[in-house]
Design a protein around this ligand. Structure first.
Ligand code: 5GP
Ligand code: MG
Length: 183
């Protein structure tokens, strides 16, 4: 069973649900203020880690919007440190003039968000914002910014709520660390 691999739970499902609700309300308020009815809003989730977060978040956004999935790979299989980043699918076309929000699971070194942001900026969106479920706080490293941040977490490898290790554990409803023998 998956649960026997869990070391400790960092955020349980109720805590996550509350935070995602307030994050969604904040984004909805900002969109309401920054857009009018003729504006196009598009969320750009980075696969695969952001899928569960995305599914919960969008149900707090009453605006008319679209979703344009993109896929990058920074970890390869069983590694838990970031390697070279490769874009595995094209950025959704014609983001020009649209209000874009990039959605990702974790902001770690910032490589993923930086790469995706700069590619999207070339298309001249009306606005570009970033939203991450978690941000890793690492000593001796400058704090990286995103417009919306769910949780600031310590430098530990976490799984669950969409996040994987070797593609497993995405279906865990809580965010947790793994026992050393499961890695
Ligand atoms: P960055 O490009 O900011 O270094 O890394 C961000 C990406 O690395 C995230 O989209 C996520 O896929 C992956 N990542 C970073 N830290 C973790 C972690 O603790 N657990 C998991 N499962 N993925 C992580
Ligand atoms: Mg990712």
């Amino acid at each position: 069973m998956m649960h026997s691999d869990i070391d400790k739970i960092l955020y349980d499902r109720n805590t996550i649900a509350k935070r995602v609700t307030s994050l969604g309300q904040e984004i909805a308020r900002d969109l309401e203020a920054a857009t009018d009815h003729s504006d196009e809003i598009i969320l750009v989730p980075i696969l695969t880690g952001s899928i569960v977060f995305l599914a919960d978040l969008i149900r707090h956004l009453p605006q008319k919007l679209r979703i344009g999935l993109i896929s990058v790979r920074s970890y390869h299989g069983r590694s838990t440190t970031s390697k070279d980043l490769s874009l595995r699918s094209d950025i959704p076309p014609s983001l020009g003039g649209k209000h874009v929000i990039i959605i990702d699971d974790i902001l770690d070194t910032g490589k993923t968000l930086n790469t995706v942001s700069s590619i999207i900026k070339e298309q001249n969106p009306a606005s570009l914002r970033t939203c991450v479920l978690m941000r890793k706080i690492i000593k001796d490293r400058p704090l990286l910014e995103a417009d919306y941040i769910g949780f600031d977490i310590p430098d530990e490898f976490v799984v669950g709520y969409g996040l994987d290790y070797d593609d497993y554990y995405r279906n865990l409803p809580d965010i947790a660390t793994l026992r050393p023998d499961a890695l």
